[in-house]
Design a binder for this molecule. Structure first.
Ligand SMILES: NC(=O)c1ccc[n+]([C@@H]2O[C@H](COP(=O)([O-])OP(=O)(O)OC[C@H]3O[C@@H](n4cnc5c(N)ncnc54)[C@H](O)[C@@H]3O)[C@@H](O)[C@H]2O)c1
Length: 340
């Protein structure tokens, strides 16, 4: 099979993961890299011996580029995405699809008008425990699903040191979007109403003006209730950057997951003890594996074979609607019906 040309917009932390897959996948080759910060574009492009750009509009004129990965900050997905769709490129956009209703509308209009092919990188759907849980639920092993509890938190190092733009996003966009999408996926259902309570203290005192935590009840259309917790202030001594717990309760059974303190691999050193990542993006014989890379590989394979994407722009739009409703509910301190 002839290798297809892929490009990247946003040569930051996660852009490096996209570039790695596009440059090493048997169906793909990395053709170009773009970042508004020239040094970042240059550094990554040199690593793979490809041209770099600071303006994605210039880059998109290259006809060898058939598909693009977008890994700009959470609030900066819309403009490059719309331009890629207009230019006829298939797109893998990082989560969340967008952080405003206006951006969602612009994206969906462009997709309709230009028959855009867009996948949103909700990579938790490729996580083996999540996929196994989905199959258990679909086989009816748990009976009728009654409720779910999903806690997906980050250590405080993520907003404080990892993301330069944390104050312009929030734990809700950064991880809450995964939480909502994973529950939609597992339960094959859509959120009807939300009630969220948030608190702001720790991060605000450290100069990052975003809430520390959102505790949210989701009511699904079928009647399933889910409780979700998203916080950005887990102490850095947590043995993993994430703190993930998931429970699904049905009329005949229950699933319980602890994906970050699972004790399958404990490491004890002189100065610390931790649970190294074996699920999200571990390096195996020099190759990045894990579900965070599998979703990008799946994008490449579906572009190459023309198969439909497993996560669509519609999924991204629905998740953004739910997150906007959670924010509204936390502000009003009352339940809010989700407007799709
Ligand atoms: N950091 C992670 O572990 C991780 C994991 C999965 C997904 N994501 C998602 O990936 C996206 C990027 O996150 P990140 O951590 O890599 O951020 P980052 O800040 O490290 O990288 C973002 C890059 O985009 C560039 N950029 C901004 N606007 C641009 C534009 N208009 N054109 C070209 N480049 C532009 C910035 O200069 C920066 O280099 C986010 O949506 C995030 O939620 C991050």
């Amino acid at each position: 099979m002839e290798k297809i040309g892929f490009a990247l917009i946003g040569a930051g932390l996660w852009g490096h993961a996209h570039a790695n897959v596009y440059a090493t996948h048997p169906y793909a080759r990395l053709v170009a890299v773009c970042d508004v910060v020239e040094e970042k574009a240059k550094d990554l492009a040199r690593q793979y011996g490809v041209p770099w750009y600071v303006d994605y509009r210039e880059m998109l004129k290259d006809h060898e580029i058939k598909a693009v990965g977008i890994a700009t900050p959470d609030f900066a997905h819309c403009d490059p995405l719309v331009e890629c769709v207009k230019a006829g490129k298939a797109v893998l956009v990082e989560k969340p699809l967008a952080t405003t209703r206006e951006d969602v509308d612009r994206i969906m209009e462009a997709i309709t008008r230009y028959s855009g092919r867009v996948m949103v990188d909700f990579h938790a759907r490729w996580s083996p425990p999540i996929a196994v849980a989905k199959e258990c639920i679909e086989r009816g092993e748990l009976g009728r699903i009654i409720s779910a509890y999903y806690r997906l938190n980050d250590t405080i190092s993520v907003p404080m040191s990892m993301l330069s733009w944390a104050a312009k996003s929030s734990i809700l966009w950064f991880l809450g979007s995964h939480t909502v999408d994973t529950l939609r996926f597992l339960l094959s259902d859509e959120v009807k109403r939300v009630y969220s309570v948030s608190r702001s203290e720790v991060l605000v005192k450290k100069g990052i003006d975003v809430p520390d935590i959102f505790q949210t009840t989701l009511e699904f259309k079928s009647g399933i209730i889910a409780q979700i917790e998203n916080n950005w202030i887990v102490p850095n001594t947590n043995p993993n950057v994430n703190d993930t717990k998931l429970n699904v309760l049905g009329s005949k059974g229950m699933i319980n997951m602890d994906l970050t303190h699972n004790q399958a691999f404990e490491r004890y050193l002189e100065d610390r003890a931790d649970h190294p990542d074996i699920l999200v993006k571990p390096l195996v014989h020099g190759k990045y594996t894990g579900f965070a890379y599998e979703s990008i590989r799946d994008f490449v394979e579906r572009v190459a074979t023309g198969r439909d994407f497993l996560v669509t722009a519609e999924d991204g739009a629905k998740v953004t609607s739910v997150i906007l409703s959670i924010m509204e509910s936390a502000k009003k301190r009352e339940p809010v019906d989700v407007v799709y």
